[in-house]
Design a protein around this ligand. Structure first.
Ligand SMILES: Cc1cc2nc3c(=O)[nH]c(=O)nc-3n(C[C@H](O)[C@H](O)[C@H](O)COP(=O)(O)O)c2cc1C
Length: 306
């Protein structure tokens, strides 16, 4: 849907509407990313990629629970040197911005991967500093403001494109972490990654996931994510990308009122299908008209009015 009132400028990226495919739900393939963009997403984020190939964990890696999914896939990926082919292919067919999600085990690794992704055509990178289930990357970086700041600085030194930093809710004060990322040069903050969780099979009396612990996504985490966005908006002046449990246009609007300039959708695609983008975008549009707003940007942070 092309409509001036839905356009968003996200740290220099021009989006036709504020919805984005979140990282990890649909992998890397150019054709999948293209089909999501054609289905209405304003931008797409790839699954996280690292310096070297990783197999990820043995099955089961994802379990459906009443209120969403618990996953511990273990960051399986082909490694950036292989993945640059997919980035080039995706760039050739996409008409929306392509954001490559990257992770590393040190600041240098994040920077190397980000640099290669951008050279291959990524319009921006999103730093996954929030994976709850792989040791020595993800949350172990994203929960320490000093370590996180070093990662962001190193990535900013290595490349010129916008850097989004994706944060974890599994911390005492997410706004403090966001502030550290922005001071180090982050161009936008994505909030949130999954919430630490697990599921146990009562017949076998064993944890269901091979990794035992994982991260919860889906509708149950929405109020947590909305609170995180609200807290971050009060602390930092950079755009926030809201993520976590969005399944309807009402959810998307709620995130924007809390302070999100754009929203990412993941589990709802797995559970409801890719049509979710179109219905969210159309719903936001109808809401704007009904409320008399000329642009979606006018509702960002409105819930903070005293
Ligand atoms: C199966 C699965 C794989 C995921 N892989 C990644 C990943 O590679 N990188 C990342 O930053 N987030 C990953 N996530 C987290 C999502 O991007 C998102 O932050 C989270 O699921 C909350 O959004 P949702 O409730 O809309 O799914 C994954 C989530 C799921 C369910």
């Amino acid at each position: 849907m092309k409509n001036k009132s839905l356009k968003v400028n996200l740290a220099g990226l021009s989006l036709e509407n504020p919805t984005m495919l979140t990282s990890g739900i649909l992998g890397y393939s150019a054709l999948t990313l293209k089909s999501i963009a054609e289905g209405g997403a304003g931008a797409v984020v790839t699954k996280s990629v690292g310096l070297k190939p990783r197999r990820g964990y043995a099955n089961p890696t994802v379990v459906q629970v009443d209120c969403g999914l618990v996953n511990a896939v273990g960051l399986p990926n082909p490694g950036i040197d292989e993945f640059v082919k997919d980035i080039r292919e995706a760039k050739a067919v996409l008409t929306v911005p392509l954001i490559v999600s990257v992770y590393g085990f040190s600041a240098e690794e994040y920077a190397w991967v980000a640099e290669k992704a951008v050279k291959a055509g990524a319009d921006a990178v999103e730093l996954n500093v929030s994976c709850p289930h792989v040791k020595e990357t993800g949350i172990e970086i994203g929960q320490n403001p000093m370590v996180l700041a070093e990662v962001v600085r190193e990535v900013k030194r290595a490349m010129e494109k916008p850097v989004f930093v994706k944060l974890s809710p599994n911390v005492a004060d997410i706004a403090e972490i966001a502030e550290a990322a922005v001071k180090a040069g982050a161009d936008a903050i994505t909030a949130i990654n999954t919430v630490k969780a697990m599921a146990i099979d009562i017949e076998t009396a064993k944890p269901i996931l091979s990794n035992k612990r994982g991260g919860l996504s889906g509708h149950a985490i929405k109020p947590i994510a909305v609170r995180c966005v609200y807290d971050i908006y009060e602390k930092v002046k950079k755009p926030i990308i809201g993520c976590g449990g969005i399944t309807s246009w009402q959810d998307a609007v709620e995130f924007m009122l809390a302070g999100a300039s754009a929203v990412q959708i993941g589990t709802a695609i797995a559970l409801k299908g890719p049509g979710v983008f179109k219905s969210v975008v159309m719903g936001i549009n109808t809401y704007l008209k009904r409320k008399g707003f000329r642009s979606v940007n006018e509702i960002v942070g409105l819930a903070h009015r005293s």
